[in-house]
Write a protein that binds this ligand. Sequence first.
Ligand code: SAM
Ligand code: SF4
Length: 511
Amino acid sequence: MPPSFDVRLDDLTGARAESREAAQDSDSILAGPPSELGVNKSPTRQNQRYGDDASPTRQSQHHGDGAWSTHPVLGDERTFYIETFGCQMNVHDSEKVAGVLLGRGYQQVETVDAAKLVFYNTCSIREKAAQKVFSRLGEFRKHPDHGKVIGVLGCVAQQEGEEIFERAPWVSLVCGSASYSKLPTLLAQLEAGNRRVTGLDTDTDETFETEMTRRDNPFRAYLTIIEGCDKSCSYCVVPYTRGPERSRSSASVLEEVRKLAGAGYSEIQLLGQTVNSYRDPAPRGKTFAELLVTVAAVPGIRRVRFTTSHPRDFGRDIVEAIDSVPALCDHVHLPVQSGSTRVLRAMQRTYTREEYLEKIALIRSARRPISVTSDIIVGFPGETEQDVAETLSLLDAAQYDGVFAFQYSPRPNTASLQMGDSIPEEEKGRRLAIVQDRQREIQVARNNELVGQTFEVLVDGASRRPGQWTGRSSSNRILNFSSPRSDLLGQYIQVRATGASPNSLVGEQII
Ligand code: SAM
Ligand code: SF4
């Protein structure tokens, strides 16, 4: 999800954290930037497995009935640390969780050591992602007197449930994302001295709305408009861990956008696992395309992004909205997963290769160029050489501006688990490399064509080297550029591209 188009794409495609995770899994062509969220990337820590040093036998030896003998209570000490894994929706959920905690008088700290309350907001989309939290939890076993209250949030919490208490008895809170609206109650229970609290329902109609959200980025605000997922892709754990689709009302979305604009945010990124499946719960509510147009019309808002779009629900009205409203960013993340109709059917993706390519043709027919990015899974059970060849030919046909490619990872509670995991890991790695190489060639060619063009860039970073800046175009390209000015952060400026790499452009400010 560098300075590279790929790396920064994670921000727009739904996950800076996704790219970080992908980089750690070595699955994606998009190697991620150092974490902004404090994920410790030391190889020692990543390689630890919870199971290596915390078997149930050892727990019972040390603690008799399995209770953690030094189980700490929260008391009045109100500091918290939160570490986030996974997609951009998780990143934004953590911002909201932080808002809930700040609203209760907690203070956020930068390290586990400085915190009384430690939260891990977890991801279980691929096995390696899910293992990371157990690696983190395993560290507390070595320090039984740590005195901290530990909480596990997100998809691993939902997937493992109370089993987490068995595997890591020092954990006090386990809460899946569908139950985040209960967090204030759960926190109150912890503050009252309860040692184990859970929020694991997924049969809720509620969305997670908070009075206060602590946002990480001063210019771009994330806003979840639809939670959960009603699709049933055979490989995917999300419908199980995040529950059914729930859309926020357009009135509440707009109220928040107006507040964000008032607070100085000029770019809004609307989030959802299938953001374009949005259904306004209000009578005669807005379609997704109408919501996009209305959000873009809020005074002070200069850019509106949205991710991730599902091909089945992607219609002409979205392209027409982008065409007619300049504030709607000219970028669509439209994951295909495979170029083979046979594999797409086994994945239960609900479209064929041809139907997908029709959506791409629709996007390419827009009056202004719209950049398109995608996700690909290689090594799905039963995938043949011919299927891989079809994925490569789809890359040629689609001419993506960026791709996140992943090796298939069997997940609990998914339909494809029954199909086995027939492609050896080494072969998955080979297929991944082939896909990445082809896509890199495509990006080199596409980016070279952009040299000489001028882009409006929102400046979001300064290099250590004086006069060097980084920012992002409406199409979500990263531009690393030079400027003699010293006050550019948060500004929209014109940059001419003077060079290209597979993942980014270099340029200079036009003054
Ligand atoms: N809702 C989005 C969609 O439908 O495209 C994607 C959500 S998922 C967080 C992000 C990506 O992870 C997917 O597009 C898919 O490529 C990948 N993914 C999901 N499950 C996977 C699995 N079991 N193994 C490998 N990659 C997986
Ligand atoms: Fe998972 Fe498919 Fe839902 Fe995306 S649309 S979250 S891949 S089930």
